[in-house]
Design a protein around this ligand. Structure first.
Ligand code: PTJ
Length: 265
């Protein structure tokens, strides 16, 4: 039995939760290759839990946030997409596509530094077609004050006007805001510190949010600047997060009945 047979047996496509399991396996494989930090498995599990109570779909508030985020990225002078281990393992191709479409470099920025991780993430991004990867050369990095974690080391992010931070921890988002930057977060936890501090919070799974962002970029890149400003300025992050919280409440209420319907069929 070769390796592929083995994978197919443990993950049958007919499994009712195939998609979810597929991404779990990507995270596990990523960890074995040093792309994902050990704590990245736990972060993924936390994300799954929120995804469950959001109905595992891109909801209306996420779609609104995605439109506003794309408008902001298209209007930015120096946008950068920050890449960590989980994002690189889950959506390397989509990161490269979006980066090319909006002309924003990908910058590897890690919380958990370990020998070989940057190289492993660089490899996965290059395999996906990335040619301009930042955050790999120590000489080009600056240390940002007010931040003690490894995330304080930044290259183009230090100079950027708009930074997209998928699956981030709160400390850096707060510091980026204090540095005067606009922050776009992708975070399934609508009340994480990152979600609250960001200018635009996309409460959605990165595996759905990025393809949707690519689709909306295709549409909005032909749009006049004043219309892009209208989309961006018309977005209210606090209201949008509150709408997400209402959705979660409604979803849980509905589950009181819906979760048991399968027993009746
Ligand atoms: O690769 P590194 O070293 O930079 O480390 C990356 C992790 C994610 C381990 C690190 O940033 C971390 O510990 O993050 P936190 O503080 O656990 O926050 C991650 C957030 O992302 C949590 O709020 C999760 O709910 C959320 N999350 C997890 N998986 C997804 C997600 N959000 C969107 N899509 C996901 N697939």
């Amino acid at each position: 039995m070769n390796n592929n047979d083995n994978k197919n047996r443990t993950l049958p496509k007919t499994h009712p939760r195939y998609q979810s399991l597929k991404y779990r396996h990507k995270i596990i494989e990523g960890m074995k290759k040093l792309v994902v930090a050990e704590a990245g498995l736990i972060a993924h599990g936390r994300g799954e839990c929120f995804d469950y109570i959001l109905g595992e779909k891109t909801n209306v508030p996420a779609k609104k946030a995605i439109r506003a985020a794309v408008a902001m990225l298209l209007l930015a002078k120096k946008p950068v997409i920050s890449v960590n281990g989980n994002t690189a393992a889950l959506v390397p191709n989509e990161l490269v596509t979006l980066s090319n479409m909006i002309n924003a470099p990908l910058e590897i920025n890690l919380f958990y530094m370990k020998k070989g991780r940057i190289e492993a993430i660089k490899n996965i991004l290059e395999k996906a077609g990335a040619t301009d990867i930042r955050g790999i050369n120590k000489e080009k990095m600056v240390e940002i004050e007010g931040l003690d974690s490894n995330r304080r080391l930044m290259e183009s992010i230090a100079d950027a006007d708009v930074v997209m931070v998928p699956l981030e921890d709160g400390d850096r988002t707060e510091v980026l805001k204090k540095m005067g930057k606009k922050v776009i977060a992708v975070d399934l936890n609508p009340i994480s510190r990152t979600a609250i501090w960001a200018d635009i919070t996309i409460v959605d799974n990165i595996v759905r949010a990025l393809p949707e962002m690519i689709k909306i970029t295709e549409e909005l890149k032909k749009t006049e600047k004043d219309q892009l400003y209208e989309i961006m300025d018309g977005f209210n992050n606090q209201k949008n997060i509150q709408d997400v919280l209402d959705l979660i409440k409604d979803y849980i209420d509905a589950q009181k009945e819906d979760a048991f319907k399968t027993l009746q069929t």
